[in-house]
Design a protein around this ligand. Structure first.
Ligand code: BES
Ligand code: ZN
Ligand code: ZN
Length: 478
């Protein structure tokens, strides 16, 4: 899709014109003119449709001003960047079959309006249809946005949206199509394209390097694991951000096997790794001046004859021994190695992203991620970035009083606590591998996947946290 910015719609025509309407049918920029062109019948028509301009409401009417159709999109009475991203998503989905679309939404008087709408529109048109036998209906080829784009907001939106779309594609791909070596290959292709250094450790090298958690989880799988380490080193960067993404390409639970229904969505258990890849793509495309070390341990969690058994002990990269009492608590085992490795080079900030616990879903539902921070300032940095991009996170405590739940009689630590505070005990486990460095843990078990289309999110993998990670990188860049 080609996005063009123009001062006004003079001389433009197209298939669809998207116009903003605030609460109580207060016309936004461009809407009054279009309504006037359409004639007095429009108000009565919209009355009949009960269209008042509430958030998310839409009404399509026959065209005016050289446009085939006009789509009014309700914005309610409190418009912020997130409302515009959502409106963009709704418009994008409604415009799926319109080749040439224009909108005045970017003229709304809030900072970043044009970029927010473009971001939503691009992601609203996201579809994962590579496995459909029917040819896909066409999507928008040209989007004309009126307004001013002084700081390259539209290009920024395009870069971040491309990162999100990449993450969604990877998450939506069935597990059989994204074996660890395949995913590592996709990462290598991306790094080669963008000039990023990449090291891929195969199974033997995983043994040599002491990635004991990744190896332990991989034992039950026929497809071998991979540890991927990407190093983006732009000129002029001073700070280093380490990103560590859980990359379980399928989580059967291992010998502590999941019930069939719980396994249905477990191809998405690499959403953390997908978010890291999408964020690296966006950060490198934008040329942000911050070093990024991105680490994705990749494996299936399966039940083969060589699988780790409940009660087995392994040694993680940092030398700590772990008693594995539940093989379904595997994300923390591969992240133990990823965090240990990241901490070795003493980055300014480490952020891990993982679909880690059902408990995070129970605590915060499907729209809000659980966030843990090593200290208040570090947590606040990521919370502020998330707020800016409209991704919902809520901080939970790294409550040291619960640390003893992880005491093992046999090893340095065990991998599960009791039935309470499951998201917190998982985070406390991870903390053991951070070597006391500034660190944030995002448990995205809820928002990594959407149950249905909503705003700029489509059913399936959401790409949640790509935008937040890019925003964090921006804050750390020169
Ligand atoms: N991948 C799951 C967590 C999950 C559950 C993500 C539902 C998305 C949706 C993780 O590996 C897991 O199975 N965690 C266990 C931990 C338990 C055994 C301590 C869980 O949450 O039940
Ligand atoms: Zn699991
Ligand atoms: Zn898992």
């Amino acid at each position: 899709m080609e996005i063009t910015v123009a001062p006004n719609l003079d001389g433009f025509s197209g298939d669809l014109l998207v116009l903003p309407v605030f609460a109580d049918r207060t016309w936004g920029p461009g809407a009054a003119e279009a309504a006037a062109q359409l004639g007095g019948w429009l108000d009565g028509y919209l009355d009949g449709l009960e269209f008042s301009g509430k958030v998310g409401e839409t009404a399509a009417v026959p065209g005016a001003n050289g446009f085939g159709r006009v789509l009014f999109v309700g914005l309610g009475d409190e418009v912020d960047a997130d409302a515009l991203r959502r409106a963009g998503g709704i418009a994008g989905r409604a415009a799926m079959r319109d080749q040439k679309v224009a909108s005045t939404m970017g003229e709304i008087d809030i900072e970043g309006a044009i970029g927010a709408f473009a971001y939503g529109f691009l992601l609203g048109q996201y579809r994962f249809d590579k496995y459909l036998s029917e040819p896909k209906p066409s999507s928008t080829v040209e989007l004309i946005l009126t307004g001013a784009d002084e700081v390259g907001e539209v290009a920024h939106a395009e870069s971040v949206a491309a990162g999100v779309a990449m993450a969604r594609d990877l998450i939506n791909e069935p597990a059989g199509g994204k074996k660890p070596e395949v995913l590592a290959g996709i990462a290598a292709d991306m790094c080669n394209e963008l000039g990023i250094d990449i090291t891929v450790y195969d199974r033997d090298q995983i043994v040599e390097q002491g990635f004991g958690g990744l190896l332990a989880v991989s034992l039950g799988a026929s497809n071998p694991p991979r540890m991927v380490v990407m190093e983006y080193r732009p000129e002029g960067a001073e700070k280093t951000l380490a990103l560590i993404g859980k990359g379980i390409v399928f989580d059967s639970g291992g010998l502590s096997i999941k019930p069939a229904s719980a396994m249905e969505t477990m191809k998405t258990d690499m959403s953390g790794a997908a978010a890291v890849l999408g964020a690296v793509r966006a950060i490198a495309t934008l040329g942000l001046r911050v070093n990024v070390t991105a680490i994705t341990p990749l494996t299936e969690n399966m039940t083969g004859g060589a699988a780790q058994r409940p009660g087995d002990v392994f040694t993680a990269r940092n030398g700590k021994t772990v008693e594995v009492l539940n093989t379904d608590a595997e994300g923390r085992l591969v992240l133990a190695d990823g965090l240990s490795l990241a901490a070795e080079s003493e980055p300014d900030l480490m952020v891990d992203i993982a679909t880690l616990t059902g408990a995070a879903q129970v605590a915060l539902g499907m729209k809000v991620a659980a966030l843990f921070g090593s200290d208040d300032d570090t947590a606040e940095l990521v919370i502020a970035a998330a707020r800016r991009v409209g991704e919902k996170v809520w901080r939970l405590p790294l409550e040291q009083e619960y640390r003893s739940k992880l005491d093992s009689p046999l090893a340095d630590i065990k991998n599960i606590g009791d039935r309470y505070a499951g998201a917190i005990t998982a985070a406390l486990f991870l903390a053991e591998f951070t070597n006391g460095r500034p660190w944030v843990h995002l448990d995205i078990a809820g928002p990594a996947r959407a149950e249905g289309d909503e705003g700029y999110v489509a059913k399936g993998g959401t790409g949640f946290s790509v935008a937040t990670l890019v925003a964090v990188a921006e804050d750390m860049a020169q």
